[in-house]
Write a protein that binds this ligand. Structure first.
Ligand code: FAD
Length: 615
């Protein structure tokens, strides 16, 4: 076998992988490729460079160029930023894979588990200009030549999943399909930091993945996230019933001529909706039509017209009952959606035959969007038996999109980048409360982010949130407000430090300086040391008052009531900030003042919590 033959064979195998059209086909082509080239799939650190070295044929060059450029972002520190971080991503949807790619570029060991082995969603996602730019820079066109050609700004979910799967594999992500996440497993007791860490229980039980240990777990498993510890908040709007429909696209000239309908343009076209109602009895609030592998329509329909047309059989107040399958006439739904599609495209689509879905049925579906969910928080840290794990949500698990507006993927990718940024901080040893408060500060921007208000300088986008959000304030949530997101099985004084029980990271001299600054100007307070200066309790009360004036009425305090003042401060700090008292109000009042070590320990909790407060 000559060198040329080897190069061309490797090129052909790579081409088979690039052109694969299904999830299973892709994984198979990839494993053949790796076997032939003797690439070690488990060697995530060098995988990409070994693959690149082996595939030298001309067609791959453009892709390597793009991926090299992405990988050269300074944030990744040449793939060393997260070199020792092991991440599990639950769910191989677009957001799971997009997150996986970023973490692999940071140098982390990344595993994606997906419970299914087919990508079958015909439905089409609207892409914001930045997402198109992002995907192009990852080589989207090499995998899907038609990607966003001309003015097209959408892609079917399955095509997107497929290309992201391929990119993830190339950058060294380990992907397992037919593996379902069940729950997080705590590290076993009694073995300390030397024992095994956090693991995942999966189905099928006994899959090798169940032996892996992880430092980071990411829920990317769609709207019904399985991860514990995330409260969901509900946005209840007015009743909104959405219908999606996919029709076969035969790619004829006649079909090609029919114009797409972008939601935003049509929402304001009242005349169209009135005519549709008068002519066909179909009452819609909006409709979107995208041409892709299928002719895809998504519309929101008014309940009364669905009742009138016999799509919904009985009227119930509770939407769950209203849209339950035994209350929906499937035939009537098929005609309703077809009629709406026909009217909206001015009867120009020659034949509206339904495409077939995953269940071998005509691809039409009706969903309730009256209530949409978002997670209250984006991340949390769990600590048990000396092991910590960072748990985060991305994509629909974090913030559910309203399909007719198609914000899912755009906001989902932003959250993927923000999460990667947090994991970089985690790998750098940032304190949990600092890390979580920054993440929550950034998450607050996400629901308000639109294609219009996001930074327009796409070329500058990196995982650093400052490159994407123009009005970023990454300290609007304070560390003490995310205390509940640091979940420690062994509650106590140790619960605030990242690195072990009694370690205080701040030097006493620095702590003293900080306390002096915080308590400056308060009546009866003059902090000159970490013992006697605290006797009267006024200094502690001042420290709290500086952060939260609403918690203590400082002017009403009497300097002589030492025990009472101290007890008040202890109680408030415990209740409001979760800082546990280390001594009693009475002991604080001792002749020689409180014990210095105890005070250093106690005051450093305030320091950790408030040192970043803008004062
Ligand atoms: P998803 O795309 O939902 O992916 C989650 C993945 O996790 C899935 O592949 C799932 O199989 C897997 N998974 C779930 N649980 C587990 C588990 N326990 N273990 C392992 N894997 C698991 N958006 C629109 O804009 N327009 C539409 O028309 C539209 N239609 C949709 C139709 C359906 C049926 C669904 C589910 C979503 C639709 N969306 C639509 C939403 C859109 O798909 C998402 O916003 C987008 O795909 C990004 O989502 P994601 O990656 O966070 O999650």
């Amino acid at each position: 076998e000559t060198e040329d033959e080897r190069t061309s064979q490797a090129g052909q195998l790579f081409e088979n992988f690039v052109q694969a059209t299904t999830c299973k086909g892709t994984l198979q082509a990839f494993s053949i490729l790796c076997r032939q080239l003797e690439l070690n799939l488990l060697d995530h650190r060098d995988f990409y460079s070994s693959l690149k070295a082996a595939i030298t044929y001309w067609k791959a060059k453009g892709l390597w160029g793009k991926l090299d450029k992405r990988a050269s972002h300074k944030e990744y520190s040449k793939g060393k930023a997260c070199a020792d971080t092991r991440c599990l991503i639950i769910g191989g949807g677009p957001c799971g894979f997009r997150t996986a790619i970023e973490l692999a570029l940071l140098g982390a060991k990344v595993v994606v588990i997906e419970k299914r082995d087919t990508f079958s969603r015909n439905n089409v996602l609207h892409l914001w200009p930045y997402t198109i730019h992002d995907l192009r820079n990852l080589g989207a066109k090499k995998f899907y030549g038609k990607f966003c050609a001309g003015s097209i700004d959408h892609i079917s979910i399955r095509q997107l999943q497929l290309m992201l799967l391929k990119i993830a594999l190339i950058v060294g992500v380990e992907v397992h399909v037919n593996v379902e996440f069940v729950k997080l497993l705590e590290p076993p007791e009694g073995q300390g930091t030397d024992g095994p860490g956090w693991r995942a229980e999966v189905r099928p039980a006994g899959h090798p993945i169940s032996n892996y240990e992880f430092d980071v777990i990411i829920g990317a498993d769609g709207r019904r996230s399985t991860l514990d510890g995330f409260k969901r908040k509900e946005f209840r709007g007015k009743l909104a019933i959405a219908i999606t429909a996919n029709f076969v696209n035969r790619n004829t000239t006649a079909e090609a001529k029919v114009e797409e309908i972008s939601g935003v343009a049509f929402i304001f076209n009242q005349k169209f909706f009135l005519e549709l109602k008068e002519e066909a009895g179909i009452d819609l609030e909006n409709i979107v039509y995208y041409k892709d592998n299928t002719h895809y329509f998504v519309m929101t329909a008014k309940k009364q017209s669905l009742l009138d047309k016999g799509v919904i059989i009985n009227d119930y107040i509770e939407t769950e009952r209203l849209l339950a399958s035994d209350n929906v006439n499937q035939e009537a739904l098929l005609s309703y959606a077809r009629e709406a599609a026909d009217f909206a495209t001015n009867y120009q689509l020659p034949s509206l035959d339904y495409a077939i879905n995953h269940y071998s049925q005509p691809d039409v579906a009706m969903f309730d969007f009256t209530c949409m969910y978002a997670s209250e928080n984006a991340a949390l840290v769990r600590e048990k038996h000396g092991h910590q794990v960072l748990v985060a949500l991305v994509g629909d698990s974090l913030l559910e999109p309203f399909w007719p507006m198609g914000t899912g993927c755009a906001r989902g990718f932003l959250a993927a980048f923000d999460t990667a940024w947090m994991i970089k901080g985690w790998a750098q040893g940032k304190e949990p409360l600092d890390l979580l408060s920054e993440r929550e500060s950034i998450y607050r921007l996400l629901p308000q982010t639109t294609a219009e208000n996001i930074s327009k300088n796409f070329e500058q986008y990196t995982i650093d949130p400052a490159t994407r959000y123009p009005n970023l304030n990454s300290t609007c949530v304070r560390p003490h407000q995310v205390r509940h997101l640091y979940i420690n099985g062994e509650q106590g004084l140790s619960s605030l430090g990242r690195s072990g029980p009694t370690r205080t990271s701040v030097r006493p001299s620095r702590l003293l300086l900080w306390c002096q600054k915080q308590t400056q100007g308060y009546r009866g307070v003059d902090v000159t040391d970490l013992t006697t200066s605290w006797r009267s309790g006024l200094a502690l009360c001042a420290l709290i008052h500086r952060q939260r004036p609403d918690l203590i009425d400082f002017d009403s305090l009497n300097e002589a009531d030492c025990a009472k003042n101290n007890q008040l401060a202890f109680d408030v700090a415990e209740r409001e900030f979760g800082i546990q008292p280390v001594t009693t109000g009475k002991e604080m009042n001792a002749e020689q003042g409180p014990d210095k070590l105890i005070m250093v320990l106690y005051l450093s909790k305030f320091y950790e919590m408030f040192r970043n407060s803008p004062q």
